[in-house]
Design a protein around this ligand. Structure first.
Ligand code: CA
Length: 509
């Protein structure tokens, strides 16, 4: 009976979206952690609109990235290929080749209208878009510049006054309103929120300030057994800056001289002064030092971050409302994801990059009424590289043979539980925050990581026994068999994905 009802559901849902090519709306945020989303169990975060996507659709419990950093993650999303194949390995030295194929180009050729609005962090002169209006590089929270182009024509750069998440959403809704109504569409809305340095819209000051935000258990991690973790420079205590990050400036002149504040108009700047000056005065009076100061920094970091997330969540609500009010909900797939996860004080950190769970995983929520039942939990391991082939299959577009991701449409349809048993990861950048390049493989229970260049060495974690990844058991005789099996798995993934850099590192021994 159950099988029959699953079958009927699948057939009905298939019928709904097979009649007409579904629209696709991707909302990709920046550095937004699953730990701070209500639907993922956060007790402190207020994310009603993200929770709405999860309630009306699916929450992915094992959504991951392949290279935990801004540009490379978006390059993988677009191309359905790992960094070694799409060429965008790191933010510091790579240039994205827009001449290569992408799911956007494939959809465009299959009759879709296509647009990207907001942060992309892959240079300019995009291809395959009817319209784009992107932030140059990292973009700015206040009065951002936009680079825009219609139908591949010459780019125009302009500055618009206001707050970035509001303006990006305005532009996205304007495009949805003004484009033709007959063809299906695919729009990517790229938010700058919640990237460093965390700057909420003026109306979101104070929303999370008085919450009791517990310190993560691993906040005062000593990194024993993990060399790469011990040499990083992304500690809230040691590396988070009082001025740049936490807006604690000695005086108003110094604050105004900081790049983020220089571009503000007087009213915006005054609102920031009015909010932060009393916090600074209070801090001076308190004379904190040592662990107490580290805890204070953690709290202020979290408050700024959560307030900045509120500014985005509110705008995601505007997009969901637009789809509802324009009768587009039924036939539109909405995907929310971050370009990677982020440390919310775990191991004492902010930032990302590592293959440890908090930055390896990313929040992923998806809804489409004809396809996904409300409150679905998707337990299959899926990765950002799998999204492009999934969209293509969903839209009835042939998946190019050189895309490396695996479509998870069968999981969305309830036909399969899982599409893969392991995930490969490779982080290349060797600069900011002093995180050593590394690659590895996880099967969900065990994770094997090989660090190279900055730190040379292996790490193995037993995620069932040690979910916080505090104890490296590489070389422990008890794990000999596991280690051998994981090393074999790692080599087979490297071969499958033709990752020559990783292969060379292993060959050196
Ligand atoms: Ca990012």
């Amino acid at each position: 009976m159950r099988l029959l009802s699953i079958l009927c559901f699948s057939m009905i849902s298939f019928a709904v979206y097979a009649q007409k090519k579904p629209n696709i709306v991707v909302i990709i945020s920046d550095d937004h952690s699953y730990q701070t989303i209500g639907a993922y169990g956060s007790k402190i975060a207020h994310t009603p609109n993200l929770d709405r996507i999860a309630n009306e659709g699916a929450l992915f419990t094992k959504g991951y990235v392949t290279n935990s950093i801004c540009g490379p993650s978006r390059a993988t999303l677009l191309t359905g290929k790992y960094s070694n194949k799409n060429g965008f390995k790191d933010n510091e030295t790579s240039n994205f080749n827009h001449g290569q194929n992408s799911f956007i180009k494939e959809l465009h050729q299959n009759g879709y209208q296509t647009a990207w609005i907001g942060k992309i962090h892959l240079g300019r002169n995009l291809e395959g878009f009817d319209y784009y209006s992107i932030l140059p590089g990292q973009g700015h929270y206040f009065n951002p510049d936009f680079i825009s182009s219609v139908n591949g024509e010459k780019e125009v750069m302009e500055r618009e006054e206001g707050y970035v998440a509001d303006l990006v959403t305005d532009r996205a809704l304007n495009w949805l309103d003004s484009k033709g109504k007959d063809e299906p569409f695919c729009i990517v809305i790229g938010h700058k929120n919640t990237h460093r340095t965390w700057m909420p819209a003026l109306e979101d000051f104070g929303k999370n300030d008085n919450k009791n935000i517990p310190l993560p258990e691993t906040f005062f991690d000593d990194y024993s057994t993990r060399k790469a973790a011990s040499v990083q420079e992304m500690s809230i205590d040691k590396d988070m800056q009082m001025g740049y990050d936490l807006k604690m400036f000695e005086n108003i002149e110094k604050m105004r001289a900081d790049g983020n504040f220089k571009r503000m108009n007087d009213a915006q700047f005054q609102a920031y002064v009015d909010y932060y000056k009393p916090i600074y005065d209070e801090l001076k009076k308190s004379n904190l030092s040592g662990q107490d100061l580290a805890k204070w920094k953690y709290h202020r970091y979290m408050v700024d971050y959560l307030n900045t997330a509120e500014s985005m969540d509110r705008n995601i609500g505007r997009v969901l409302d637009y789809l509802r009010d324009n009768n587009l909900e039924e036939n539109t797939l909405v995907l929310y994801l971050s370009d990677q996860g982020f440390y919310m004080g775990e191991h004492g950190w902010f930032d990302k990059r590592f293959m440890y769970e908090e930055s390896f995983r990313t929040p992923m929520l998806m809804k489409m009424p004809g396809l996904i039942k409300p409150k679905t939990k998707i337990e299959s391991m899926v990765s950002v590289v799998d999204i492009a082939p999934t969209f293509l299959e969903l839209s009835g577009t042939e998946v190019p043979a050189d895309m490396q991701g695996r479509s998870f449409l069968s999981v969305l349809e309830g036909k399969k539980k899982s599409i893969q048993d392991q995930l490969f990861y490779h982080y290349y950048e060797n600069g900011e925050h002093a995180v050593s390049p590394h690659f590895g493989v996880s099967d969900g229970q065990y994770k094997l990581i090989r660090f190279y260049k900055r730190v040379n060495g292996w790490e193995l974690f037993d995620l069932n026994k040690d979910p916080k990844e505090m104890k490296n058991v590489y070389g422990n005789p008890k794990y000999k068999k596991v280690q051998e099996r994981m090393e074999k798995l790692l080599r087979s993934e490297i071969d499958r994905l033709e990752d020559t850099e990783a292969r060379d590192v292993l060959a050196q021994k």
